[in-house]
Design a protein. Structure first.
Length: 154
């Protein structure tokens, strides 16, 4: 049975191992400070939110999400599901679906009008699930990375 809930302080090491694996999947490298900052934000649970999925008491999946305003939903905020990762040894057992459902339930209770996320076009395994639980509206993501220390740029 999969259970989904907030991350507890005792989940820090297991959460970080899953998050590092997620970052590795997308062939990125992040400094330790990024993990520390994210964990502080998730524990505060004000701007950034996180849930964990457990199987037999073991943390096997994580999701990170946030709420923001939207010009195309002026009467309600929207929820961006930023990160979703399941341990490779439990894939196909409903963990990712349970996490998406939990975020959707949470967003509904917050009055959000929709939940959305991005994934790489090549992420075929995840897209197989996403096509079952959501609609692909065909958007392509563009991104401009900004310098981390904005003060140096001024």
């Amino acid at each position: 049975m999969i259970s989904v809930g907030r991350l507890l302080p005792s989940d820090r090491d297991a959460w970080e191992a899953l998050f590092v694996a997620y970052i590795d999947f997308y062939q990125r490298v992040e400094p330790a400070e990024m993990y520390d900052r994210a964990w502080r934000e998730f524990q505060a649970d004000t701007r950034l939110h996180a849930l964990g999925a457990r199987l037999d008491g073991r943390l096997v999946g994580i999701t990170h999400f946030l709420v923001h305003g939207s010009t195309s939903a002026p009467d309600a905020d929207v929820c961006y599901l930023q990160d979703l990762f399941t341990a490779p040894d439990v894939r196909g057992q409903g963990v990712a679906r349970a996490l998406i459902e939990a975020v959707t339930t949470w967003a509904t209770t917050q009055g959000c009008s929709r939940v959305y996320w991005n994934t790489q076009a090549s992420n075929i395994t995840a897209r197989h699930l996403y096509d079952k639980v959501a609609e692909n509206h065909g958007f392509i993501k563009y991104q401009i990375d900004l310098p981390r220390d904005h003060a140096e740029q001024q």
